[in-house]
Design a protein around this ligand. Structure first.
Ligand code: CTP
Ligand code: MG
Length: 221
């Protein structure tokens, strides 16, 4: 079973507000994207990698991969306006014979083999897609303006992370349709009526959104 990874690294990082895209801000002494790239490359679960880089940052991305000795990096494309468009551009470079595509956010540096194993095992068990997910600690409410209009049943809700794994055919079909509004790839696959499962996530897969997240994660490495 050939598994390709798509590393979504093309975002601008507006909430972080640095002088460069989030993927190239420093986590300890390296560009943020180095951590997840190196971990994907080292994983026995992954055969090849395509990077979606911020437009104009393809060359630095390739140089970084070379510096790190990441020999599984097969292509690097310029990302799009949205995450889903970036993933679509990267998936276009995935080989036709790939059985599985794993999509991971560069903004979640602390990728482990254990979570890759969980999402890929779920595909072997017959699911079309698998996402790592965490239970919610807080009660979740829907608000309109200042008013709370609904309290949602927390036991049915989870927070979805990446890496998300899909049968290649399912993800390709999902990406061939309308992408607007999708904040993760699983949403597009679910919208086709395909079967996506949630497996245990990992709190260390925290997504870097602001500089406090960078400091917190730097302390974990
Ligand atoms: N991403 C991407 N292409 C985009 C937007 C996002 O590849 N057009 C990637 C980001 O690089 C990140 C992941 O999707 O690894 C999750 O996105 P997010 O955390 O929102 O990152 P940014 O969009 O860069 O940040 P912000 O929303 O603050 O601008
Ligand atoms: Mg964003």
């Amino acid at each position: 079973m050939t598994a390709w990874a798509v590393l979504a690294a093309a975002g601008r990082g507006e909430r972080l507000g640095a002088d460069r895209p989030k993927s190239f801000t420093k986590l300890r002494d390296r560009p943020l994207v180095a951590e997840s790239l190196e971990r994907l490359d080292a994983s026995g679960w992954i055969d090849a990698i395509v990077i979606a880089a911020p437009p104009g940052w393809e060359e630095p991305s390739i140089l970084l991969a070379e510096e790190l000795g990441c020999s599984k990096v097969t292509a690097c494309v310029a990302g799009g306006e949205t995450r889903a468009e970036s993933v679509r551009a990267a998936v276009a470079e995935v080989a036709d014979d790939a059985a599985v595509i794993v999509v991971h956010d560069a903004a979640r540096p602390v990728l482990t083999d254990e979570v890759l194993e969980r999402v890929l095992t779920a595909l072997n068990e017959g699911w079309d897609g698998a996402v790592p997910a965490l239970p919610l600690a807080d009660t979740i409410k829907r608000v309109q303006g200042e008013r709370v209009v609904e309290t949602l049943p927390r036991d049915e809700l989870v927070a979805a992370q990446t890496p998300q794994a899909f049968l290649a055919s399912a993800l390709r079909e999902a990406l061939s349709g309308e992408l607007a509004g999708a904040t993760d790839c699983a949403a597009l696959v679910e919208a086709l009526g395909l079967r996506v499962t949630a497996v245990p996530g990992d709190p260390r897969l925290l997504k870097v959104t602001d500089s406090a997240d960078l400091e917190l994660i730097a302390g974990w490495l």
